[in-house]
Structure formats: C-alpha cells, structure tokens
Design a protein around this ligand. Structure first.
Ligand SMILES: *Cc1c(COP(=O)(O)O)cnc(C)c1O
Length: 362
C-alpha cells in the first residue's frame, strides 16, 4: 500500500516503529518449543503479572489464543454463549466447531455486550437431547459492537452469574488495553473475572504479530497442548515476543491518544448532514458511522474515499468503521474527516458505480 493513503481500516495496519525493530533485532532467543526462549519466557511472565494471572502462553494470533481458550474449557458436544456479533463466533472461520466440536449460541445484546436479562434463560437443562452449556465468552472492548467497553459492574455481574452456574468464563481481550484505558481501571480489575483472557499485541499495541492467553497454571498447561495441536508452537519466537515486550512498555499509555483522536474524528464528521453518528458512543479507537441511504451506500463511500487517499472499510449496507492507531496522528485523522465530509457533501452516489461491493472487515 502506497504511503500516500491515510489508512484507517484497522489498528492491525500499523508497522513496527524503529525502536520496536531495534528490540526485535537485539532479542535474545532460544527454542521456545522446549521452553528455552528467554524473551518469550520474559513476555509470558510479564503479561501474567500485568493481568494478575498465574501463567501465560504466547500465541501467533488472537484467533489462535481465543480458540485455545475454547479448547481448554470445552469438549465436543458443548456449547458456548456469546453476544451475536462476537469475534469468536463470526470471524474465526468456524473455529469452535472445527477445532473443538463446540457450537456457539449467539445472543443479541447491546453494543456487542451481554447482561443478565439476556443470559439467565440460556443454560440448557441436563438432558440427553441437548448440548451442554459450558462457557461464556465476552469481548472487551467490543469490535463490531462499536468499540464499546463493559462497565465493571456489568462485567462482574455477568461473570459472577456464570461462576454461580458452573460456567467457565473466557474474555476475548483483543483490545483489553483499550478497555482498561477507557474504563480507567487496571487490567486485573477486568481479568480477575475470567478463567482465561486472550490479548492481542498486533492491534492497538502495534506489533507485527502475536497474542497471549493468560489464566491458571493448569489451564495454560492445557492451552500449550492446544497451541501445539493448532500448529502455533514456534521455535525462536523471541523475535516477535521482543516486539510485544516493547509494546507493553511503550505503547499502552499512548492508547488514550488513539481514543482522543477517534472522538475528534467522530466530532468532525458528525457536523456533516448525511452522516449518522452518536459521538457519545465513541469510547475507544473504533468509530462506526452510517451514511444516509438517500445519498448511497457504505461501499460506494468507501470506494470514493479510496480515490481520495483515505482507506475506511464498509461493514454493512450503510455502516462504515474507521479506526485510529499509532500510525495516524491528530492532524492526519482530521484530514481524513475533512475528506469524508467532502465526499458526502459532493453526493458521492453519482460519482462512483452503483454496484454495492462485498462487506469487508479487519
Ligand atoms: C482482531 C480480533 C481478534 C483476533 O484477530 P487476529 O487477527 O486473529 O489476531 C479477536 N477478537 C477481536 C474482537 C478482534 O477484533
């Protein structure tokens, strides 16, 4: 992708900073599959400590660490409960079914989040006809739900309910540190409510790859076996773990800048007639907005923005998602907002083809 694009498709598009590349280049490494990579070991100890868990295991991707979590908690014939837009159920290639023989019960919530009224009647009876309800998966911050953050009381309410009913609790914390930043709490405040938490280093933290699953010593030992089974046990992976350590030390505090930039972008585009957005709903680095169907559809706007050097994907017939991250500063984000407004003002419908393209997400 040429440098001239303002790329707000996702926080996964960031490139390693020069300092991160230095950390990668100078990483001390060994064979992690036999537990001998000192940098991976240091990362696992660090992320376990930060989240207040006994143990951690490094994984290739957030998809892999989520699926390791599902595999640890469930057996074939089990069912997990998840909000209907949840990543684990929608965007992981059917992983629970394929890798663990688990079905996903997708429950409509609010902004990608669940609360007790939606969950209380969802535990299936112990009956030979029915699958076994075993696990609750929450997402914090939410992705398709709108970059929203669980109020701590709601998170505790749901997790206490699950514990009381003998259900395991997994958090898809791909953007855990965005949630922590927005909620003004500690990672432990969130993680203590879960048996396992998956955390991405390749989203807002700006790493080229990598995730971690944290939990009890026993669960993480089992997760290591699942990681091997899923092809994710690596050798000198300290090369990438070094980036994650660098990110945990240097890229967490700055997430508030992404959140402020997201809000500034949202406030700017909200001034334009034809754009539907509630600025008060922007809590983290994701900005979902809709275009008035009278003007055209989201993929048309996305195409027109691309012609003008701005990359923002459509995620529905009228819906788009813009994302702030460490490779777009305030000035760049406001420039993108100005271009969005220009396109809408120009009545983008006539300017590009009428065909609606496929929905894309990242
Ligand atoms: C990105 C993301 C993941 C993991 O994605 P990978 O691309 O596999 O790292 C998991 N959950 C959510 C909510 C995400 O946004």
């Amino acid at each position: 992708m040429s440098q001239s694009f303002i790329d707000m498709r996702s926080d996964t598009v960031t490139k390693p900073t020069p300092a991160m590349r230095d950390a990668i280049a100078s990483a001390e490494v060994g064979d992690d599959m036999v537990g001998e990579d000192p940098t991976v070991n240091r990362l696992e100890a660090l992320i376990a400590e930060i989240t207040g868990k006994e143990a951690a295991v490094f994984a290739c991707s957030g998809t892999q660490s989520n699926q390791m979590g599902v595999h640890v908690h469930c057996s074939p014939g089990d069912e997990l409960l998840i909000e209907q837009s949840g990543h684990i159920a929608n965007f992981e290639a059917g992983g629970p079914a394929v890798l663990s023989g688990v079905t996903c019960r997708q429950i409509p919530g609010r902004f990608g989040m669940l609360d007790l009224p939606q969950l209380e009647d969802k535990i299936k009876a112990d009956n030979q006809h029915l699958c076994r309800t075993r696990l609750v998966c929450l997402e914090n911050s939410t992705n398709v739900g709108g970059g929203r953050v669980y109020p701590l009381e709601q998170l505790e309410r749901v997790c206490d309910w699950a514990l009381t009913h003998g259900l395991k609790r997994h958090l898809d914390g791909a953007r855990l540190f965005n949630a922590v930043t927005a909620a003004g709490c500690t990672p432990q405040d969130i993680c203590r409510n879960f048996d396992t938490v998956s955390i991405c280093f390749s989203k807002g933290l700006g790493c080229p790859m990598g995730s971690a699953l944290v939990g009890s010593t026993a669960d993480i030992a089992q997760a290591r076996r699942a990681r091997k089974l899923f092809g994710g046990a690596l050798r000198q992976s300290g090369m990438v773990a070094a980036a994650a350590i660098h990110a945990l030390e240097n890229h967490v505090e700055r997430l508030s800048v992404d959140h402020d930039n997201a809000r500034a972008f949202a406030e700017s585009i909200s001034e334009q007639t034809g754009i539907l957005i509630d600025v008060d709903e922007i809590e983290t680095n994701l900005v979902f907005f809709e275009v008035d169907p009278e003007l055209g559809n989201a993929s048309q706007l996305s195409a027109m923005l691309k012609e003008r050097g701005v990359l923002i994907n459509s995620t529905g017939p009228q819906r788009l998602r813009a994302c702030t991250h460490l490779d777009v500063d305030r000035e760049t984000v406001l420039e993108a907002a100005a271009i969005v407004k220009e396109c809408v003002l120009a009545g983008f419908g006539e300017k590009v083809g009428a065909a609606s393209g496929p929905y894309v997400r990242g």
